[in-house]
Design a protein. Structure first.
Length: 139
């Protein structure tokens, strides 16, 4: 069995950003040489997420609006977590909703995604360097 590990690094310009990382993950699969296996894509920070859905801009804006209604950033005093001196209590909740990771099958050396499926990195407390782990295993 082969194993391949790659880190993707992001430093988003905004507090909240959504980045399609399907191309970078596909590159990692190609680099791995794995033809049949699994690819784990994992946000390595507790205020960011990795998810799979359509890359349609309207849907991404809907996600952002929906998450902000569920866990609004302000007022920051509404979150007990922020009493520690942080201002990102909302980002932790948004990450919990959107998830930490995805696992995608690799078939014939390619990500086995369904129609319209794309892998996204979602940042909820940006403007600093963060990473995503891509771990590939298989034959």
């Amino acid at each position: 069995m082969k194993a391949h590990r790659k880190e993707l690094w992001f430093n988003t310009p905004h507090r909240r950003d959504y980045i399609n990382i399907t191309g970078e993950v596909s590159d990692a699969v190609r680099e791995s040489g794995v033809r049949e296996g699994l690819c784990l894509v994992n946000a390595m920070h507790i205020t960011a997420s990795v998810y799979i859905n359509d890359a349609e801009p309207g849907l991404i804006a809907d996600y952002d609006d929906w998450l902000e209604r569920l866990a609004p950033h302000a007022p920051i005093s509404q979150y007990r977590h922020n009493a520690t001196g942080e201002d990102n209590g909302d980002a932790h909740l948004k990450r919990q909703i959107m998830g930490r990771e995805v696992v995608v099958a690799i078939t014939e050396g390619k990500l086995d995604l369904g129609p319209w499926e794309q892998i996204h990195y979602a940042e909820f407390d940006g403007r600093r360097k963060k990473r995503v782990l891509v771990k590939i295993i298989g034959e």
